[in-house]
Write a protein that binds this ligand. Structure first.
Ligand SMILES: Nc1ncnc2c1ncn2[C@@H]1O[C@H](COP(=O)(O)OP(=O)(O)O)[C@@H](O)[C@H]1O
Ligand SMILES: [Mg+2]
Length: 337
């Protein structure tokens, strides 16, 4: 059995679709789906993370798939604890005399009770001290913003469970707007669209692939298409259809409009001295859903500001949480209380 005095400290992005873990001094060591598979009869855990995702849609009746995080917050405390414990053990296997300190990203809109649940789950899973930071702020540090920079920043954090627009300055989040709709919602909309309009039933993983492949707001992508396989709702046989990007406009356009509405609500609350910074610097998009093709350009056109997105926006938050973990004192005032 492994034995050590001090376990390595960790930073965690406990996301609705994926969990990322950063190990102090090393970098991001875990990036897996936030999922567990349980035995239907006795509720014993059969798989966690990547192997659990592979079972979705193909699972026999004696197995259930569970998401411990829904819409950015813990929906099942015990499963969250089990999942965290599993990943903690993967990184620091065996026994440690001194448990790790952990930095955890939380959505800025969550309540004190929800924060407490994150803290308790991390402590129960085997950490000695939990520092919570707003995910939107962590993501900004992840793309290179400095906590010492006094400028105002307009930041969008678009994840699987929530979409958030924040105005950030040296003192933290000045104004923000959150909605409980994100990538998971779009996946479900794609499933319903195909059910209602094409009479085909598809799995949620297929919907996510459609979103990543052909969902687009770019006019030039209109004719893009992909073959989609599922079950015919009329005769229950396997069915394949060709789906065009343009057909999904009725899903993505209203969603993109909602984001623009949130941005306007935040801009209305922006103090005049920060407005000039935003006019100059534009807005920053973080989170996996920022990958949607043409979304940045759509928002740029609607609000007449320039947008910026990193190469892997789903990793911005964990990179930032890692930066905080390496030098927590520098970020002390941004601790989410
Ligand atoms: N290339 C892509 N195109 C569209 N959506 C994407 C792409 N890559 C990831 N996503 C979506 O981004 C969401 C995950 O974003 P992430 O920031 O990791 O969220 P969370 O931290 O809540 O798990 C998922 O809904 C995922 O399907
Ligand atoms: Mg994430």
């Amino acid at each position: 059995m492994n034995f050590r005095i001090i376990a390595k400290d960790l930073a965690i992005d406990l996301g609705t679709s994926s969990i990322e873990v950063y190990k102090k001094g090393e970098g991001v060591v875990i990036c897996e789906p936030s999922l567990l598979v349980l035995d239907h009869q006795n509720k014993a855990i059969k798989a966690i993370g990547e192997p659990a995702k592979d079972m979705i849609g193909k699972t026999p009746d004696d197995i259930i798939v569970q998401k411990p995080i829904e819409k950015g917050v813990i929906s099942d405390f015990n499963l969250t604890e089990a999942m965290l414990n599993y990943f903690f053990q993967k990184i620091n296997p065996g026994f440690s005399v001194i448990q790790p300190r952990v930095v955890v990203c939380v959505p800025s809109g969550i309540t004190d009770i929800e924060k407490r649940a994150v803290e308790d789950a991390s402590l129960h899973a085997g950490s000695r001290d939990v520092i919570m930071v707003d995910e939107s702020l962590a993501a900004l540090f992840g793309i290179g913003l400095s906590p010492e920079d006094p400028r105002g920043v307009l930041a969008l954090n678009l994840g699987a469970g929530t979409s958030e627009v924040c105005l950030v300055s040296l003192n933290g989040i000045v104004a923000s707007k959150t909605m409980n709709l994100g990538g998971d919602y779009i996946d479900k909309e794609i499933v319903s669209f195909l059910r209602n309009n094409k009479k085909i039933e598809i799995g949620i993983n297929t919907a996510e692939n459609i979103k990543k492949e052909i969902l687009s707001l770019k006019i030039s992508d209109k004719e893009k298409s992909m073959n989609v396989e599922g079950r015919d709702l009329i005769d229950a046989k396997p069915k394949r259809i060709k789906l065009r990007s343009e057909e999904l406009a009725e899903i993505i356009l209203p969603f993109a409009d909602k984001i623009v509405d949130m941005i306007y609500l935040v801009l209305e609350k922006t103090p005049p001295e920060l407005s000039a910074d935003i006019k100059n610097d534009g807005f920053i998009m973080t989170g996996g859903l920022s990958n949607i093709k043409g979304l940045k350009e759509f928002i740029e056109k609607k609000i007449d500001l320039k947008g910026h997105v990193s190469d892997n926006p789903e990793l911005d938050a964990i990179k930032g949480a890692g930066i905080i973990l390496e030098d927590p004192d520098r970020f002390f005032k941004y601790k989410s209380r």
